[in-house]
Write a protein that binds this ligand. Structure first.
Ligand code: S3P
Ligand code: PEP
Length: 430
């Protein structure tokens, strides 16, 4: 088992950096490029393990995809040209690949078998399998088709109106993608807005989709055209450095060219509410997504309550927000975040256990956590539990702990951020 010893820093963090491409947008660029007709070129693609799973899945269905560093060329022949793969599709650790792909497979006249790693095999797939079955697909698997491995027999789909019971962009996207293959108009109704990259990307490929007060409607049987997509920096990756700059004395860090889609910028709102010195300069719109630079200077965080509609807009940032809250001068409460229990780990349990091991005063609740603040963190031996965001949270914590941290299982960070430690090194004030 690999491990990494991480040392606290003497000086702050300083400088500018760019983070890799957005994971959600990178997945979708491959998916839409593969089901569109003609060539798609993706630049600043996230070279992480999860997005490579999406590429491999479409290659297994006969799509020609060539990757050269962060540039990917896809030669799509339309959704109906996707072939039956000869071998099972390995989804690795990627929930996004699993849920979005299921939507497409449901409407193809083929048989598919899907499996993932140990973590993904514990995550619920019925949240998307249930509406897809209603549309006409046959999906079976472990525990009555709740968990991977799954067998999918696609069919001619009929459109549905689906009121999603979970606050999940993956579920919304899975149903909308199936809607592309269904007769008529498929509707997804969501009570809380989740990231809308599927909707934006569909439009970039010439598709038609509307969104009106929580109802997203997609017409079936549309033909999409290949295009060029430039992927903005991932705000969920940037968040680790923004918090790092906030909690380390004397720091000033600017992350450039970060995606600022409003369904993703909850971290900026949280940092502002916590009195962190943060400036956002919006520079331009690329491929329908706003992009800008974010600067954070070291600050003392103020404790706050985080709940309600902001939760889906910070869902992947909650581990690093929890670390920030340990440095606040009072009690921070995070609630309405039960979805954290269905991530790569149960992130309520893994965040709380890890920060407790580092000396923080933090408690789990059913749907979130209470962080009491004013903590001096100590060193310890802690495990990422194979969860990339827990691994990165631990690495940022190590900048301010009294002694070194031994991080077990750091390799999982490559799922979303293979160059994480190199980028962190760039802003260390040596
Ligand atoms: O649609 C997406 O790209 C994602 C949606 C979120 O998951 P849920 O939809 O399960 O909340 C998020 O946690 C994940 O990292 C990426
Ligand atoms: C939850 C995440 O990803 P996924 O659901 O795609 O595995 C994440 O990146 O934090």
């Amino acid at each position: 088992m690999s491990e990494k010893v991480l040392h606290p820093i003497d000086n702050g963090l300083r400088g500018n950096l760019q983070v890799p491409g957005d994971k959600s947008i990178s997945h979708r660029a491959i998916i839409f490029g593969s089901i569109a007709k003609g060539k798609t070129t993706v630049t600043h693609f996230l070279d992480g393990e999860d997005c490579m799973r999406t590429i491999a899945a479409f290659q297994a269905m006969g799509v020609e995809i060539n990757k050269n560093g962060q540039t990917v060329e896809i030669y799509g022949n339309g959704i109906n040209a996707l072939k039956e793969p000869v071998v099972p599709i390995n989804l690795g650790n990627s929930g996004t690949t699993a849920r979005l792909l299921l939507g497409i497979l449901a409407g193809l006249p083929h048989h598919f078998t899907l499996y993932g790693d140990e973590s993904l095999s514990k995550r619920p797939m019925d949240r998307v399998a249930i509406p897809l079955r209603q549309m006409g697909a046959t999906i079976d698997g472990r525990d009555n088709g709740t968990y991977l491995p799954l067998a999918v027999r696609g069919a001619k789909l009929t459109s549905i109106t689906f009121e999603t019971p979970v606050k999940s962009a993956q579920v919304k996207s899975g149903v909308l993608l199936a809607g592309l293959l269904a007769k008529g108009t498929t509707e997804v109704v969501e009570k809380t807005t989740t990231r809308d990259h599927t909707e934006n990307m569909l439009k970039a490929f010439g598709g038609h989709i509307t969104s009106d007060t929580g109802t997203i409607s997609i017409q079936g049987e549309q033909e999409l055209q290949g295009t060029s997509i430039h992927v903005p920096g991932d705000i969920s990756s940037a968040a680790f450095f923004l918090v790092a700059a906030a909690i380390t004395e004397g720091s000033s860090v600017t992350v450039e060219d970060v995606g600022l889609n409003p369904t993703r910028t909850g971290i900026i709102d949280v940092l502002k509410q916590m009195n962190i010195d943060i400036t956002v300069v919006e520079e331009r719109t690329i491929g329908g997504e706003p992009v800008g630079s974010i600067t954070v200077n070291a600050s003392t965080p103020k404790p706050i309550v985080i709940d309600g509609e902001i939760i889906p807009r910070i869902i992947d940032e909650i581990p690093i927000i929890a670390l920030l809250a340990t440095q606040a001068n009072g009690k921070t409460i995070i609630r309405d975040a039960e979805e954290l229990r269905y991530k790569e780990t149960d992130r309520i349990a893994s965040v709380v256990q890890t920060l407790q091991a580092l000396g923080a005063n933090i408690e789990a609740t059913n749907d979130g956590m209470v962080i009491y603040g004013n903590d001096t963190l100590t060193g310890a031996e802690v495990d990422s539990y194979g969860d990339h965001r827990i691994g990165m949270m631990i690495a940022i914590a190590s900048l301010i702990t009294k002694n070194s941290i031994t991080l077990k299982n750091p390799d999982c960070i490559a799922v979303s951020y293979p160059s994480f430690f190199n980028d962190l090194d760039k802003i260390l004030d040596k």
